[in-house]
Design a protein around this ligand. Structure first.
Ligand SMILES: [Zn+2]
Ligand SMILES: [Zn+2]
Length: 62
């Protein structure tokens, strides 16, 4: 399983992050990573300083 080191805002220091099984169909491009220490989920794969949800993003049917 992929493991990458990032700063975890919950732990307050560098932690290993792994990708949980994606159920949203992102496949290997899934931006969701979970801290192996505290389980906090973060999004990676794009600029974290400029996270925006596109207004025209397809909404998931409830
Ligand atoms: Zn953590
Ligand atoms: Zn995903």
């Amino acid at each position: 399983m992929n493991l990458t080191w990032r700063h975890c805002s919950t732990c307050g220091e560098e932690r290993g992050f792994e990708q949980p099984p994606c159920e949203d169909g992102h496949g290997p491009d899934c931006p969701e990573w979970v801290c192996v220490e505290c389980g906090s989920a973060i999004l990676m794969g794009f600029d974290l300083d400029d996270v925006e949800v596109p207004a025209d993003a397809p909404s998931r049917a409830a």
